[in-house]
Design a protein around this ligand. Sequence first.
Ligand code: ZN
Length: 165
Amino acid sequence: AGFPTMGNRNRMEQDMRRKRAALAGVAALLLASPAMARVCAVSIDSTDQMTFTSKEIRIAADCTQVDLTLRHTGRLAATAMGHNWVLTRTADYQPVAMAGMRGTLADSYLPKNDPRVLAHTKVIGGGETTRVRFPTQRLRKGGDYTFFCSFPGHFAMMKGTLIFN
Ligand code: ZN
């Protein structure tokens, strides 16, 4: 035994390079695999009657991302009957909604950079549509989550349950 000869060292380096290339290939496959990344699309409508059209949104446990579409099927402007879709833990929903009442339309009637806000759309008016995509990594399976509209005065009526399981 002794120091590897120049030939041995080259062979070892080539071997390392091959192994690294093989690992990179596996990582790329995993990222591309549909089993690893599943975007689940859900949609909900909102109205001039200050309502959401569903009280419950179900997200399957294998969804890695949620792509939520919010439509406003009414005619009233965002300043009069604006709606957004905000997701928090149920325990945080009322405090966040109350804090949002002091916010502005530009801030989606939400406290700025609040970690309690798990996802939200902007506020829209009649005839408009908006979307938000967020990772389910932020959610715990079987956790207790509430979605609501943070436009001042709407959260008591415009709310529902999000189920991730
Ligand atoms: Zn609203």
